[in-house]
Design a protein around this ligand. Structure first.
Ligand code: KIV
Ligand code: ZN
Length: 389
């Protein structure tokens, strides 16, 4: 793997499905997995096989059906979880077991009720067990960003010694800032003696709206795998959005010198599929895939867009699979866009007619929230009829 290549690990079907209310059926999961596979996602986390019979069956079916992606299943650091996960992913051409345990003092004291030394033993035995089943094992330190760095170094060293090939350091509760997250990776990679034997991974939650920024900062710290979800769905405020990290890397190669295997022109299609199967609407102003991401209403912006699209768009709609930019006609629109709209609708007006029609359009837009093409046609037809009276 070249040093600038970033592995995209999609967890829409696991962490994404943990969004309250986002449950998908077996067939819907297969449909999403097939599209992710086709889009160039390197690793699909297909589910949590021990969680339910349905999850086990979905992970098994996805492992059998997909062609290119590595198929991962999640397992707690418990033998029966790891064995069940191994059973489900073994059908994949390239299976991965992803096992995790909490490492922060707050989780150890209140959730795990274990000492730090006990957790180190658990890491060692469970990672080794997973590694007996598959060659590709990911280990995650749950709540890594609230774990003291000295202890986190010992955990990571132990996991790599036991056979982990990927080390994921999640910001489980969305608490970190970009500088802190970058430094954590730099410190771990500098201090853990066997760090060069594993790929480091980011996994960021969006509780403070920093999931994408933190993920990119993690790359600067040396991580080369990003865990993310389509439309950013996930626990609580969600995970880093796949479409945002991919397009940030693609658009800002000058400051983000990395590459992914994602076919970005499929992003809009997969976003729509995930929104439909989860019944989670995409917010209108969502970056990359929101309905307004390539829509312009103000007169100044529309005028600029008609002269050169780069004035107000930093990526082309086609690059993410959107057919075209839309100039939405509303009260902020100017003459230039109005004239273009008339041309598109097949009208050629003289200067005076155009001025009158524009004034009537502005008055209408002040009264009406949505001005449709039909409204403009009616208004212009009326204007033309009046001239002939
Ligand atoms: O947020 C988290 O810590 C997780 C782990 C299971 C990787 O989702
Ligand atoms: Zn998570």
């Amino acid at each position: 793997m070249s040093s600038d290549q970033v592995v995209i690990f999609d967890t829409t079907l696991r962490d994404g499905e943990q969004s309250p209310g986002a449950t998908m059926t077996h067939d819907e999961k297969l449909e999403v997995a097939e599209l992710l596979d086709e889009m160039g996602v390197d690793i699909i986390e297909a589910g949590f096989p021990i969680a339910s019979e349905g999850d086990f069956e979905a992970v098994t079916a996805i492992a059998k059906r997909t062609q290119n992606s590595v198929i991962a299943g999640l397992a707690r650091a418990i033998n029966k979880d790891i064995d069940r996960c191994g059973e489900a992913v073994k059908h994949a051409r390239r299976p991965r077991i992803h096992t995790f345990v909490s490492t922060s003092p707050i989780h150890l004291a209140h959730q795990m009720k274990k000492t730090q030394e006990e957790v180190l033993d658990i890491i060692s035995s469970t990672v080794a067990r997973a590694r007996n089943l598959v060659d590709n094992v990911e280990w995650s330190a749950m709540d890594a960003t609230r774990t003291p760095i000295d202890y986190l170094c010992r955990c990571v060293e132990t996991a790599i010694k036991a056979g982990a090939t990927t080390i994921n350091l999640p910001d489980t509760v969305g608490y970190a800032t970009p500088d802190e997250y970058q430094k954590m990776f730099e410190d771990i990679r500098a201090r853990v003696p066997n760090a060069d034997k594993a790929v480091f991974s980011v996994h960021c939650h969006n509780d403070l709206g920093l999931a994408v920024a933190n993920s990119l900062a993690g790359l600067h710290g040396g991580a080369r795998q990003i865990e993310c979800t389509i439309n950013g769905i996930g626990e609580r405020a969600g995970n880093a959005a796949l479409e945002e990290v991919v397009m940030a890397i693609k658009t800002r190669g000058d400051v983000l010198p990395y590459r992914t295997n994602i076919e970005s022109a499929m992003l809009n299609r997969v976003s729509k599929l995930v929104a439909a199967v989860t019944s989670f609407p995409v917010q209108y102003n969502k970056a990359i895939v929101g309905r307004n991401a390539f829509a312009h209403e103000s007169g100044i912006h529309q005028d600029g867009m008609l002269k050169n699209t780069q004035t107000y768009e930093i990526m082309t709609p086609a690059s993410v699979g959107v057919t075209k930019t839309s100039l939405v006609m509303g009260k902020h629109s100017g003459r230039h866009a109005f004239k273009e709209k008339l041309k598109e609708l097949g009208y050629e007006l003289g200067d005076n007619q155009l001025e009158d029609a524009f004034a009537r359009f502005k008055a209408l837009a002040d009264r009406k929230k949505h001005v449709y093409d039909e409204d403009i046609e009616a208004l212009v037809d009326d204007e033309i009829a009046q001239q002939h009276e």
